[in-house]
Design a protein around this ligand. Structure first.
Ligand SMILES: [Zn+2]
Ligand SMILES: [Zn+2]
Length: 347
């Protein structure tokens, strides 16, 4: 059962405007999120009730039909709960594109910014996957006032100029011209005593540290999305997202091509000519590779399934051994004789 606005403020239906004001002041101190974190809903409810009952016209209307007129730009707080048996959202929902609760605020407020940050990982960590700590400077809700902008022990009050709607409308015949309220800049509430930490903005820059899992096989430029970990939204709107861009340090051994790893393998001229076996390094240890006879310099020989883990799907890429034929810089007497003999028969 939805409570009546009088019940929300804990006053009788015949309460004077002064009694309503006193009850509101007392309640706001009690339920302010600063004192009772997690109390935001109740806080909004109290503000919404006061928004209606503090205004004699709105109060009269509420008493008469259990609702207030859903004129365009009516207060956000006025629609965050049910008015008796009426649900303004149903009646005026299509017309004024209203939601309720947080949805309503998301429309009014602006979503927080997305933030992108880079993290460096070693080549080996990128192959195996790693947990990294990423420090990020973010604009967040002020920790002193929890984003309200009001000094501790006080609360923002409904803006007197726009009655909390955030919009002022001048009616001209059938058309209503709407503008953001010049006093509260569209927020619907004003802060009488600004929070000393954020000077009333409700926001502050802080460094937050996130533990991020870099998946095995991450590539240079892989983006990891942390939903809702970006900057705080405005006026209760959702936070932005955080994107962590992985920067992989180059390896001294491997060159990465997709999920394949290319590695230079020195091979002597006789082995390349006659065929033989060489040792090839892979991330999981050396592998013996058969070099066929007549292998040319620069040829790529494939070792299946020994490359980088595939980010999407399963399995691994390959290791590609790039044959590099070694030319001896110095030769001993025996080698010289053999090479001269070879030169003769090749010529
Ligand atoms: Zn603050
Ligand atoms: Zn205003």
């Amino acid at each position: 059962m939805p409570k009546s606005l009088y019940e929300t403020l804990g006053v009788s239906k015949n309460a004077s405007q002064d009694e309503i004001k006193k009850a509101y002041r007392k309640l706001v101190r009690e339920v302010h999120p600063d004192k009772n974190p997690g109390n935001e809903e109740r806080f909004k409810e109290v503000q919404g009730a006061y928004d209606v009952l503090s205004d004699p016209d709105k109060r009269k209307q509420y008493d008469r039909i259990g609702s207030v007129n859903g004129r365009p730009g009516a207060g956000p707080d006025a629609t965050t709960f049910d008015f008796g048996d009426f649900d303004l959202g149903d009646i005026f929902g299509g017309l004024f594109n209203r939601g309720r609760g947080t949805q309503q605020q998301a429309q009014r407020g602006q979503r927080g910014n997305d933030v992108e940050v880079e993290v460096r990982v070693s080549f080996e960590d990128a192959l195996q996957g790693a947990e990294v700590t990423v420090p990020v400077q973010l604009e967040l809700a002020c920790h002193t006032c929890h984003g309200t902008g009001a000094a501790p022990g006080t609360a923002p009050v409904t803006c007197p100029q726009c009655d909390g709607s955030g919009v002022v409308a001048t009616s001209q015949g059938l058309f209503a011209l709407q503008q953001p309220c010049p006093l509260c800049h569209g927020r619907g509430s004003i802060v009488e005593k600004p929070c000393p930490t954020c000077h009333g903005s409700g926001r502050e820059r802080r460094t937050k540290r996130f533990k991020v899992h870099v998946p095995a096989g991450a590539k240079d430029g892989t983006r990891i999305k942390l939903k809702g970990k970006g900057e705080a939204g405005y006026g209760g709107a959702s936070a932005g997202d955080l994107y962590v861009v992985v920067r992989v340090e180059p390896s001294k051994v491997y060159e990465r091509r997709g999920d394949d790893l290319i590695v230079q393998v020195p091979v002597t001229y006789p082995t390349a000519a006659l065929g033989g076996t060489v040792e090839v390094p892979t991330p999981e240890g050396a592998v013996s590779l058969k070099v066929p006879s007549g292998t040319e310099d620069g040829k790529l020989l494939r070792i299946k399934g020994r490359g980088a883990p595939r980010l999407k799907g399963s399995g691994k890429g390959d290791v590609l051994a790039r044959i590099k034929i070694q030319v001896p810089k110095r030769v001993d007497k025996k080698q010289r004789e053999l090479l001269e003999e070879l030169q003769k028969v090749s010529g």
